[in-house]
Design a protein around this ligand. Structure first.
Ligand code: FAD
Length: 592
């Protein structure tokens, strides 16, 4: 027997009927629904600025960073070798590289630096792309982005912190803010006894002696802004345009004592937090270093061992008399921090759409190269229906997220009906997109068969990540209750949604019927609506998605969406479409 024949006989690992290894993708150019949504919703500069991110996020290198950041989760370092407290988290270099990818290009800041000019659309589209590199590190990006509207409620704090938060420079060092070229902010609300119901927070804030002298403090010059001005051109612009910043001193603030049950990104430079005062629950900013440059009394207790979201650290922390600065009006802590939560909710509505897009592309790539029962899987009728249905879901989610982003930019320009939409859409989209995601991930995983359940593909990671955006920033039921509150207190928000839906009236019978039924239910006495809140949220989200697709999307997608989601055969499982659904057109939306 020749050597070659012997090798063939012994070659038990000839690989056949398996897809080629994945290759780099351009996550923007390859995504027709995203390109069209941007062309429709955003000014032209947004697509231009996103183009390099699309290429980079889909590159082999960045995809490998995402995997590595998950395989090597952050580690807690409580003490140095001599026993002094450190309270630090150390991340794998891949995590830092991903943070650089986002922050060094200003994606955490773009919403504010281009506010009203497409900044929010740029932020949301960037988040959708960054999520496809790795969703965990997007948590600190989101929180840093979202902190500003809450900080704005204390102009002095805004002037001090904003230059660092908006700087395009990721600086992970555990150093006082004045020594850093860029800053990040986290959020610590949840306590053991109450997460959704933060009124149960027991963390206590005591005013320091001269706390009432904030106005005087405003008069002092800022060492921080000066330090930043030398390192960041953005900071220069900000430092010159904002009000004179203050330099807080230890005596000018509060002392916080209490425990926070969840605090993600615990290496952030400051945390927006809630604590009880004599006036009631109030909002504070707790920096990691005191104004004198000492480590603040924030002790990390442990890191959570999480189902997913592993690249991101989530800690339990203890304030042991930690120095803090009051933000907003004392006693109005919930209202103050809600300005941040409104932003984080839009991101929590968008991230699942990005994750669904990534899973869809993985599944599509696999089924086009794998054969079973004599045909490539992508030609098997049931597989085609399933993937076409999933493509429709991603497109509907993207349409809603981008519409919400446009509403934020419109609100910033002072447009009343856009402000009314901005109040409602993040909550609505967060609820519904996240209810659609876990089942989507299971289906995408199943498209790959056994290998989908193995960690070497991103599907297992995406599946574990899928529930988290539904839980944080208001869990499903709580979000639905919030939605009812908005509908009751802000009739203009429902009117603005109605306007969006009515603009598509007469184009599709299932949407017309569904909207009529929904309008009738919404007219019921508010106190009777609570048990129906999930249904109302689902229906409102789907009617709006249907209307957006009918007005702006390809007819094949819009018609299929309305018939399969709002028509008589609508059901909970993916892969149920009308028998005459235009599969070729729908599958073409996924791209190559
Ligand atoms: C990975 C991860 C990271 C996190 N990071 C942070 C962070 O950085 N900062 C932070 O502050 N928090 C963070 N959280 C906490 C998160 O925001 C809370 O877990 C969430 O708000 C829910 O609060 P809870 O856990 O106390 O649940 P609960 O409030 O006890 O709620 C339990 C369930 O009851 C439901 N429920 C509550 N009230 C009602 C009602 N009236 N009617 C019907 N159902 C109701 C909720 O929807 C939920 O499903 C994080 C959580 C996770 C998983």
């Amino acid at each position: 027997m020749s050597d070659a024949a012997a090798r063939t006989r012994l070659a038990t690992h000839l690989v056949t009927n398996q897809p080629d290894p994945p290759s780099a993708r351009d996550l923007l150019a390859d995504d027709a629904p995203l390109c069209e949504a941007l062309a429709r919703e955003a000014p032209a500069w947004v697509t231009r600025r996103l183009a390099p991110l699309g290429r980079e996020a889909g590159s082999d290198e960045v995809q490998a960073l995402g995997e590595a950041a998950n395989r090597h989760p952050p580690e807690l370092h409580l003490f140095d070798r001599h026993g002094r407290r450190l309270d630090e988290v150390r991340y794998h270099p891949a995590y830092h590289a991903l943070m650089h990818l986002a922050i060094d290009h200003g994606w955490h800041a773009v919403a504010w630096q281009e506010e009203g000019r497409g900044g929010h659309q740029a932020h949301v589209a960037a988040l959708y792309l960054l999520t496809q590199a790795e969703p965990g590190f997007c948590c600190p990006i989101t929180m840093t982005h979202a902190a500003l509207p809450t900080l704005r409620q204390s102009p002095a704090a805004e002037a001090y912190w904003a230059p660092g938060l908006l700087a395009w420079d990721y600086d992970p060092r555990a150093r006082p803010a004045t020594e850093k070229s860029g800053l990040t902010v986290g959020m610590a609300m949840t306590e053991k006894q109450g997460g959704s119901d933060v009124r149960a927070n027991s963390t206590r804030a005591e005013a320091l002696a001269t706390n009432s002298t904030r106005a005087e403090a405003l008069a002092t010059t800022s060492t921080r802004a000066e330090a930043l001005a030398t390192t960041s051109t953005r900071a220069v612009a900000l430092a010159t345009t904002r009000a004179e910043p203050h330099s807080p001193s230890r005596d000018d603030g509060w002392r916080l004592t209490g425990h926070k049950w969840f605090c993600s990104a615990p290496m952030s430079d400051a945390f927006l937090t809630l604590a009880q005062t004599d006036e009631g629950l109030s909002c504070f900013l707790v920096p990691r270093f005191t104004p004198e440059g000492e480590r603040n009394a924030i002790e990390l207790q442990r890191l959570k061992e999480k189902c997913g979201n592993r690249a991101n650290a989530s800690a339990e922390i203890e304030y042991r008399g930690a120095w803090a600065e009051g933000i907003g009006e004392p006693g109005r802590g919930i209202a103050t921090i809600l300005a941040m939560v409104q932003q984080t909710r839009l991101d929590a509505a968008t991230a699942p759409v990005g994750m669904m897009r990534q899973a869809l592309v993985e599944a599509w790539r696999h089924v086009r190269e794998r054969h079973a029962f004599g045909r490539v899987l992508a030609e098997q009728p049931l597989m085609r229906v399933l993937l076409a249905d999933m493509a429709v879901e991603v497109e509907a989610g993207l349409a809603l997220s981008m519409r919400a982003a446009r509403a934020f930019d419109g609100a910033a320009r002072g447009e009343a009906s856009e402000a009314a939409l901005a109040r409602l859409l993040p909550t609505l989209a967060k609820y519904w997109h996240n209810k659609r995601t876990p089942a989507f991930m299971a289906e995408a995983m199943e498209c790959l068969g056994g290998i989908g359940y193995v960690e070497e593909t991103p599907l297992a990671r995406l599946y574990r990540e899928a529930p988290v955006n539904s839980i944080w920033e208001g869990s499903g039921n709580v979000i639905c209750l919030d939605l009812l509150r908005v509908l009751a207190r802000h009739p203009a928000s429902l009117a603005a949604v109605r306007e969006e839906i009515v603009a598509a009236r007469g184009r599709q019978a299932d949407l017309d019927r569904a909207w009529n039924q929904l309008e009738a239910e919404l007219g019921a006495p508010p106190e009777t609506l609570e048990p129906r809140a999930r249904w109302l949220a689902q229906r409102l989200a789907q009617c709006l998605q249907g209307a957006l697709l009918l007005r702006h999307g390809p007819p094949a997608v819009a018609e299929t969406f309305c018939r399969s989601r709002l028509g008589g055969e609508a059901g909970p499982a993916y892969g149920v479409l009308p028998g005459d659904a235009p599969l070729v057109a729908l599958l073409a939306r996924i791209g190559d």
